[in-house]
Design a protein around this ligand. Sequence first.
Ligand code: PAF
Length: 286
Amino acid sequence: MQLLRDIAQLRAWRAALGERPDLGFVPTMGALHAGHLSLVEASRARDAVTAASIFVNPTQFGPNEDFDRYPRTLEQDCARLERAGVAAVFAPEAAAMYPSGDATRIEVEGLSARLDGASRPGHFRGVATVVAKLLHLVAPARAYFGQKDAAQVAVLRRMAHDLFLPVETVVCPIVREPDGVAMSSRNQLLSPAGRAAARALPRALRAMGAAYAAGERGAAALVALGEAEIAREPGLRLDFLRAVDGETLLPVDAARPGALFAVAAFAGATRLIDNAHLDAAGQWRM
Ligand code: PAF
């Protein structure tokens, strides 16, 4: 596996692959877990070559967020990616991605201000900007993202479509710990009590799924049920639980195929997210 530390090295590696290789790309911020590795596996199953990036992107963190605390485990991450069959990892410094004078940002209007974008102003501008830069440099046929970041997926799909990027966006299911908590690099930041409290998120989504299976279709009723479940957990402070359309992130009244039930909550200083959605066949997926 090649570790590419700057843009010149990435360009040289990419040029050697030729014009339109069957290349899959997994962008990450490192601190890799089984969720990330499932994206790598999906690419390995489909693409001739898989590349990944590890970059804790400063522009997607707000001034009082956890940029400094975000776990950084480059050596371990590279070892895991190598074992998983990744051909190259791009791990640049912030100054390479945002050199002095850098002034261009990608704003996906509307979508960027919904769900997590409402709670984290500027977050999706940072995500869209760095992903646009990465896709431009890596020029993959396919890029892989996790369904856990459902709002990010909606923003990035819109961006790729609007900018005519010749890349297919592949979305992989949420990978969960045995107790149901969605895998996240931020789980490492939780205290034992916070980690226990985090279970209320999948518990709320499961309760909503059970009500849906029993025939409840009202979005407000399902959301109220989930909120009540989270309110029973004193270790969590709810940011939002919303029923929206998975593509536009606009509110929906009824649980229909394509609906997304997204939740965000704080355990101490750590913000956790999770979601469930209704697939095209109306199955509750989480
Ligand atoms: O999902 C993430 O880890 C990040 O938001 C991404 C897509 C790598 C951009 O920094």
